[in-house]
Design a protein around this ligand. Structure first.
Ligand code: FAD
Length: 393
């Protein structure tokens, strides 16, 4: 039968794709391979770090997907045989496929940041995959004395959720302002310009005075190595030994994409943006953070939209039809303090080998009454409810 589809990764991209496939054709045999029985959401995890939200609100299970007839396998995929078209899980069980969807998210590019390995992340948490790392960074902030410095090292793009490091800086500043007001947030940035910069800088000035200091790329802000034993961050400009070091390393596609042969020298996966088919391996589709999306930012919104579009393309391909070029929409909300949010909405279409932004997008105005910021903070919460219901039921 030509109806066996395996999805690897049950996050925003994979869970949405699996459900969309099953909904489009109940006869399809859909297997979702995901090691964690509980998914922990990165969106809104900055609120957890700042003490504004409980971790429980970030957690989602797969019961609904199983009830819909998706076979959920609580294992990691470890190898992929692209000739035999088979995925093997950590426990040795093999799953044959007609089409394979990979949505493994990111892994860290450790070679690009000397000194930063798993052991280092226990001292200098990245908190860029939500879970124990999120809580570790929270505990470190709680343990810090008033007057301390929290450094946030931010990598260059492409990386997961470009505005999220600045949202984190904002919400940490909120926590410090309300509990340890003599403290500082130091941003060490491998970029000069960043997403929604004017909105952030306006909000920082308004809400946090000079609490947040940013060293940009051209000022030597790029982190070149770390030393976990002495908690030192080395930049092009000099060394820093902050009280709390949140080091967000450079990233690449989740390791299983590389094992499949779907990642190129950039570390990401080139795709045909109409079908999400890998440019490197047959019968494999890559969605979410792992794919080379071009102009579309790596976000939960994008991953979920790609999951639906990829499902539609697979349905068309199985039926022998030509898939239609998708139009993807994504909206990214940022919260810089409770009741103070802004957003960036975009539309994207295939152009050559990537997605390009097309007309119809919008960014919140820089000059806006406080009611708009309050409304957008509430809309952010609504967005979260909607997208997680879409993915996990
Ligand atoms: P993920 O959601 O990470 O899912 C990948 C899944 O694959 C994981 O469950 C993992 O366990 C699984 N997996 C990996 N390897 C294997 C394997 N070998 N076998 C089986 N399973 C595997 N986006 C927004 O749109 N809005 C926001 O407000 C927002 N805020 C963010 C805040 C922070 C602090 C961060 C870090 C990110 C934020 N994002 C936000 C981005 C968002 O989290 C990601 O873009 C999104 O999760 C990408 O979806 P994905 O499916 O590609 O990967």
């Amino acid at each position: 039968s030509a109806g066996r589809i395996v999805v690897v990764g049950g996050g925003f991209g994979g869970a949405t794709c699996a459900r969309a496939l099953k909904r489009a054709d109940a006869k399809l045999q859909i297997t979702l391979i995901e090691p964690n029985r509980t998914f922990i959401s990165c969106p809104f995890s900055n609120e957890v770090i700042a003490g504004l939200r409980d971790m429980e609100a970030q957690q989602f299970g797969y019961d609904k997907l199983a009830a819909e007839g998706i076979s959920v396998v609580a294992q990691a995929a470890t190898t992929i045989d692209t000739q035999k078209r088979s995925v093997t899980a950590a426990d040795g069980e093999a799953f044959g496929y007609d089409r394979l969807v990979l949505s493994p998210g990111i892994d860290f590019h450790v070679e690009a940041l000397p000194g930063y390995d798993d052991a280092a992340s226990e001292k200098m948490p990245h908190a860029w995959k939500a879970g124990p790392q999120t809580l570790l960074l929270r505990r470190q902030l709680e343990a810090m004395a008033d007057g301390g410095t929290v450094a946030i090292a931010i990598p260059a793009n492409p990386s997961r959720c470009p505005p999220a490091p600045y949202e984190r800086a904002s919400l940490i500043a909120h926590y410090l302002k309300t509990t340890k007001p003599r403290s500082k947030v130091l941003i060490l940035d491998a970029k000069d310009a960043f997403s929604q910069q004017r909105l952030f800088e306006r909000a920082w000035k308004e809400l946090y005075g000079d609490m947040i200091e940013r060293v940009a790329l051209s000022q030597g802000g790029r982190v070149t190595s770390v030393d976990a034993a002495s908690k030192t961050i080395v930049t092009e400009f000099g060394n820093y030994t902050p009280d709390v070091a949140n080091v967000i390393p450079p990233q690449r596609a989740g390791r299983i994409a590389e094992i499949a042969g779907a990642a190129d020298a950039t570390g990401w996966c080139p795709i045909d943006p109409v079908t999400f088919e890998s440019k490197l391996v047959k019968d494999i589709h890559v969605i979410g953070d792992a794919c080379l999306g071009g102009g579309i930012p790596k976000s939960a919104s994008a991953a979920s939209a790609q999951g639906k579009a990829c499902a539609a393309a697979i349905i068309a391909l199985l039926a022998g039809r030509t898939p239609e070029a998708p139009r993807l929409t994504g909206v990214c909300y940022t919260t810089v303090a409770p009741g103070y949010g802004f957003s960036l909405a975009g539309n994207y279409q295939p152009k050559g080998d990537i997605f390009a932004e097309v007309e119809g997008g919008a960014t919140s105005p820089v000059d806006a009454p406080r009611e708009l910021r309050t409304r957008e903070a509430a809309e952010a919460e609504h967005w979260f409810q909607t997208i997680t219901a879409d993915c996990f039921g």
